[in-house]
Design a protein around this ligand. Structure first.
Ligand SMILES: [Zn+2]
Length: 210
């Protein structure tokens, strides 16, 4: 129970500190939200969206799942995307993967039959792996895992570009940018991936930029 007690103590301390630094914060929160970002990240506890981006309440709409996937048949993700784009009108949608992703590593291995639901979910990452087999086969195990993290992010961004939500927003001229990022859990740095999101073009492979 100590862990739970600590959470509530932290919460009270956070309220006190927030009120001291920004007395109007909670009143502003009551009025509604107008975030600039939809962040689609991995559920991994080492990739907390607000912490790694230095943002606070009201700045980032967040959706997380194992291996930061944006699967076009995932009603949960689509509902988040639609609300973010159509109602909140976020100008930036980000898919953020991370090196050292357990989900991506598992997708490089055969399903062990122990975690059926997770294995099923990771089937989509395995498809990414199969599509890029030639490139991945030339790398050692560690480089393969890192590259598959990047390739997975790129494909998820391309999935987003193909959704009816994003296509409709673009057709009506809404300000909407899609981004692919990778977070490095070893040093805390975010990196941008180059992603071609022109829907009708063949996906280009990306490289990491600073
Ligand atoms: Zn992960």
């Amino acid at each position: 129970m100590d862990a739970i007690k600590r959470i509530f103590e932290n919460n009270r301390a956070w309220v006190r500190e927030t009120m001291r630094q920004d007395p109007g914060f909670f009143q502003r929160m009551l009025k509604g939200q107008s975030p600039n970002f939809l962040f689609i990240g991995c559920s991994d506890s080492r990739v907390p969206a607000n912490v790694i981006t230095g943002t606070t309440g009201g700045e980032m709409f967040v959706h997380r799942n194992v291996a930061n996937q944006a699967i076009p048949s995932d009603l949960n993700m689509l509902a988040v995307l639609q609300y973010a784009v159509d109602v909140l009108k976020v100008p930036h949608v980000v898919v953020c993967g991370h090196y050292g992703c357990g989900g991506v590593k598992a997708a490089l291995e055969l399903p062990d039959g122990q975690h059926e639901l997770v294995d099923q979910w990771l089937g989509h990452v395995r498809q990414v792996r199969r599509r890029h087999h030639a490139e991945l086969a030339s790398l050692d195990a560690e480089a393969q895992a890192r590259r598959l993290v990047e390739l997975n992010v790129i494909e998820q961004v391309q999935h987003l570009a193909m959704t009816s939500v994003v296509r409709a927003a673009r057709q009506r001229g809404q300000d909407l940018h899609l981004w692919g990022w990778v977070y490095s859990i070893g040093d805390g740095l975010l990196h941008t991936l180059e992603v071609n999101t022109a829907v009708d073009e063949v996906p280009e492979l990306a490289r990491v930029g600073a």
